[in-house]
Design a protein. Structure first.
Length: 105
């Protein structure tokens, strides 16, 4: 499962435990599973700013050509309370491998 769990913090560095986000990256994205770019806690003068992003070109070049179309897919799921492994797996699988529907006439 490709998953990033993020817990929010207030400006006073107090955890807001009941607001959370799961960030799912699609398995067909370029360079999947994409590496993460994360600021060191000492970045920005040691303020402890949080920064996380998926970075498909962090460890691999990606040549973009004129006239071509490129797509990266992500799902952001916000929730309160706790996240179980089973629920996260179901959410990711529903996103990564949606059911295919065929309509016959």
């Amino acid at each position: 499962m490709e998953l990033l769990l993020v817990g929010f913090m207030s400006q006073d560095n107090v955890a807001i435990e009941d607001v959370r986000v799961c960030c799912f990256r699609h398995p067909e994205n370029y360079n999947a599973p994409e590496p993460l770019r994360i600021w060191d806690e000492n970045a920005n003068g040691g303020r402890g700013d949080a920064f996380v992003n998926f970075a498909p070109t962090k460890n691999k070049d990606w040549k973009l050509m004129p006239g071509e179309h490129y797509k990266l897919c992500y799902r952001i799921f916000s929730y309160d309370g706790e996240m179980t492994r089973e629920r996260a797996d179901r959410l990711w699988n529903d996103f990564a491998y949606p059911p295919k529907v065929t309509i016959k006439q």
